[in-house]
Design a protein around this ligand. Structure first.
Ligand SMILES: [Ca+2]
Ligand SMILES: [Ca+2]
Ligand SMILES: [Ca+2]
Ligand SMILES: [Ca+2]
Length: 207
């Protein structure tokens, strides 16, 4: 048994309409929050990187707590877009700067992240967590936080479609801040979205 949480509206809209009854019974057992990430059947989840707003160079991954296996989904190739340039950085501690160019913004367009999308298959009944690793530009400070801590916020649902400006489930991270500054609770340090539209891969193709 397999299912897919797609970022794609046009595929998802068709499948969700057709499979709503079955989908509801399956979704009830999915867990995707601070407690854990776990699915009762093999489940592919598509992820989108939105933006990062942290001065450290970060990587976001998923860890299979059942096997110990770890997979990186998004890796910053430099700490932030303006790194190495003399562009001034606007900061306003505590403010969520998602969607702006302030606070050490990292984007795909700016070359901090190379892939906007990625997908991962969660094996049935294995328990997973997400992790965020960040390293200071000097390499002196290295941090790792996991999604069972209250430094990761989950908003929306994997099958929630698009609601307001969130598609699927948005996971917003607070990386703990630079040593000099500390945790500023802005939860924009790394932001991704997962899924949006449930597609049941067990249903036969429509002819
Ligand atoms: Ca920030
Ligand atoms: Ca960064
Ligand atoms: Ca901020
Ligand atoms: Ca922060």
């Amino acid at each position: 048994m397999r299912q897919l949480y797609s970022k794609s509206w046009f595929i998802g809209a068709i499948a969700t309409g057709l499979m709503s009854t079955l989908a509801t019974s399956v979704q009830a057992q999915d867990i995707f929050d601070n407690r854990a990430v776990q699915f009762p059947e093999d489940t592919i989840v598509e992820f989108e990187f939105l933006q990062s707003h942290g001065s450290y160079q970060a990587a976001l991954g998923v860890r299979n707590e059942t096997t110990g296996e770890e997979t990186i989904l998004f890796q910053e190739v430099k700490p932030y877009d303006a790194f190495g340039t003399n562009q001034p950085i606007q900061t306003s501690p505590g403010q969520n700067d998602l969607g702006t160019q302030a606070d050490f913004v990292g984007t795909v367009e700016g070359g901090t992240i190379s892939n906007q999308f990625n997908e991962f298959m969660f094996k049935a009944n294995n328990r997973y967590v997400f992790f965020l690793e960040s390293v200071s530009p000097t390499g002196q400070t290295r941090r790792r936080i996991v999604s069972t801590q209250n430094l990761a916020q989950f908003n929306g649902r994997l099958d929630g479609g698009r609601k307001g400006n969130i598609t699927g489930s948005r996971v917003s991270w607070e990386d703990g801040g630079r040593v000099e500054v500390g945790n500023d609770d802005d939860f924009d340090d790394f932001v991704i979205e997962a899924g949006g539209y449930l597609i049941d891969l067990n249903c036969p193709p429509i002819r």
